[in-house]
Design a protein. Structure first.
Ligand SMILES: [Zn+2]
Ligand SMILES: [Zn+2]
Length: 400
């Protein structure tokens, strides 16, 4: 950690706080991108801009070697911040409530360090400032389509976590985060007077009983040993107390780690919605949108990088936390090249840094910045400091 001096630490905090004050939504990160570019220009680091927002920085060594990709995400959320911190968001209804400001600061810190270590690099360290992690379709997919990952031999990323103690890193092989799919159901019946329900096809009643039916899918169609979540998040029907609505709409999300389970739940939603509505004389239209796949950490790459985490926080603080049902578009990179996604602890209840992500009072213990940067630097050292460090890592990405 010695290369991370006090000045760099001060900069890490400053970058993070500057970005925290000016959060921007997915694919609208124009000011954020300008901020990143100013830094890259100052350091004379070449970069490309394959999308309207975000950037891809290229740190090329003088000798041939692998392309190692480090990814950070840069977008904020449509939330009104309720923390009282001095660098709270200055933009109404916009907040860095997931920690992507910290990720961006850490990535800038990595570049700052690597500009002084270029002679050590074999091949290229490519740093992705990825827009739009928080939306579907996501920035990762868009960036991959532009060729930003071409030639990548390994991809490394991290996420700070407000439910993991600061000072810990969780690094686990295999699936660590769930797929994140979205579905909507439109039930079309026939409305009418609340006094004469027999003359109507009550879309509200049909849709509300469907909500219960959909929840039986997990308990009765999917093995109890296969983790999966189905949640209904919206339900809209009706305009007045004495009118039976002719239509109703609901939407929800499906989370799982297994492609087969994912398909079976999707098919179940389609069949159950259609037949349930028909049984009551209505019609159901279902739209199922495949979102992000599960994040699957490549086991040999995890083995290579575990010592990187241990070097920063000590072996006792490198954990293997259970997989999480949250989604993360880093998953798409794992389909292109071997990838590792680390969770970096940012929790500290003593300073109120234990609210969940996407909460108006979300915050982090900024010591996670140094730890995150330390991990990325150690990871890059293990991948790029010799020409053949990745020779033993199979190229094939693991099946998602
Ligand atoms: Zn988030
Ligand atoms: Zn996030």
């Amino acid at each position: 950690m010695s290369v991370i001096d006090d000045r760099l630490l001060e900069n890490l905090r400053r970058w993070r706080r500057d970005l925290h004050r000016r959060p921007e939504l997915s694919f609208e990160e124009h000011e954020t991108t300008a901020y990143i570019r100013r830094q890259l220009d100052e350091w004379d680091v070449p970069y490309s801009r394959p999308l309207p927002t975000g950037a891809v920085a290229h740190l090329r060594g003088r000798r041939p070697g692998p392309v190692v990709v480090v990814r950070c995400d840069i977008d904020g959320l449509p939330i009104q911040e309720e923390t009282k911190c001095e660098f709270a968001s200055m933009v109404p209804d916009r907040m860095h409530a997931c920690g992507h400001d910290a990720h961006t600061a850490v990535a800038l810190g990595l570049i700052a360090l690597l500009t002084g270590l270029r002679d050590q690099i074999y091949g290229e360290v490519r740093v992705l400032f990825q827009p739009a992690e928080e939306t579907l379709p996501s920035g990762a997919e868009a960036l991959i389509k532009t060729g930003a990952l071409d030639g990548a031999r390994a991809v490394v990323g991290l996420h700070v976590l407000s439910d993991l103690d600061v000072g810990a890193i969780s690094l686990r092989d295999g699936p660590i985060m769930a797929s994140d799919d979205r579905f909507t159901v439109h039930v079309q019946g026939a409305g009418g007077h609340g006094a004469h329900p027999h003359q109507t096809v009550d879309a509200l009643l049909i849709a509300s009983t469907l909500v219960g039916e959909l929840h039986t899918l997990l308990g009765r169609r999917i093995s109890a040993l296969q983790p999966a979540v189905l949640s209904i998040g919206t339900f809209h029907a009706g305009t007045a107390y004495n009118i039976i609505p002719g239509s109703a709409d609901l939407s929800g999300t499906v989370r799982t780690f297994d492609e087969d389970v994912r398909v079976r739940i999707r098919d179940g939603i389609l069949a159950l919605s259609t037949h349930h509505a028909r049984a009551h004389g209505a019609e159901a239209k279902v739209e199922y949108v495949y979102g992000t796949p599960p994040v699957v950490n490549h086991p040999p790459l995890v083995e290579l990088l575990r010592p990187a985490a241990e070097a920063v926080v000590g072996p006792a603080h490198v954990l293997r936390r259970p997989p999480r049902m949250g989604g993360e578009d880093f998953a798409f990179y794992g389909r292109v090249a071997p990838s590792v996604f680390a969770h970096v602890g940012a929790r500290n209840p003593a300073i109120g840094a234990d609210f969940p992500h996407h909460h108006p009072r979300f915050s982090i213990d900024e010591r996670c910045l140094e730890i995150g940067l330390g991990f990325l630097l150690e990871a890059v050292r293990r991948c790029s400091w010799t020409p053949d460090a990745l020779a033993s890592i199979p190229r094939a990405a693991p099946p998602a």
